[in-house]
Design a protein around this ligand. Sequence first.
Ligand code: PNS
Length: 170
Amino acid sequence: MTGNRRIAIYPGSFDPLTLGHDDIVRRALKLADGVVIAVAERTTQAKDPACPLDRRVEIISEVYADEPSVEVVQFSGLLVDFARARGARLIVRGLRAVSDFEYEFQMALMNRSLWPEIEVIFMAPATNYTFLSSSLVREVASLGGDVSAFVPPIVLDHLVEYYGPRVAGR
Ligand code: PNS
C-alpha cells in the first residue's frame, strides 16, 4: 500500500474485534483507499489480553480475507512511528460517547506532538453499536452470555472455541 494511495491506520487492541470496529473500518474505507488495521502490542491503558496478539491478527485477517483494501498487521512501539513507516498520515479512531473523548483527545494530541504531520479523525459508529466494547463482549462471553449479535461470525467461531457454544446462543 504505497504510492499516492491514501491509507488510514485504524489502531487498537481488538480483543476481540466487534461489529462496532467493523462499522468504523467500513466508514474509513469511504475516506481512504485502504485501511490498515494495526493491532497494538502495547496499549496505553494496560490490559490483560484474552487472546494472544498473533492469534488476534490471524482472526481479524480472516474477517477481511475478501477485502483487498483492508490489511491487518501487528505493531510494537509507537503508533506514529508505525504510521510514518507505512507512509500513512491518517489515524482513525471510533468515538462512541463523551466518555471516550478524554482518552482519545489526549492520545490524539500526544500523537500529533510526536509527529506533527499525523492527522487523527474520530468517527461515530452506527447508533446501535454505541454501547459496544471489546471489554463488555469479553465479560459477557466469559460468563456464558450470547454475544452473536456483537461480533463478526469468524470472531464468534473463535469465541465459541474459547468459551463454549453458549456464547453463540446454542
Ligand atoms: O483499543 P485501544 O486499547 O483503546 O487502543 C489503544 C491504542 C493501541 C491505539 C494505543 O494504546 C496506542 O496507540 N498504542 C501504541 C503505543 C503508543 O503509540 N502509545 C502512545 C499513544 S499516545
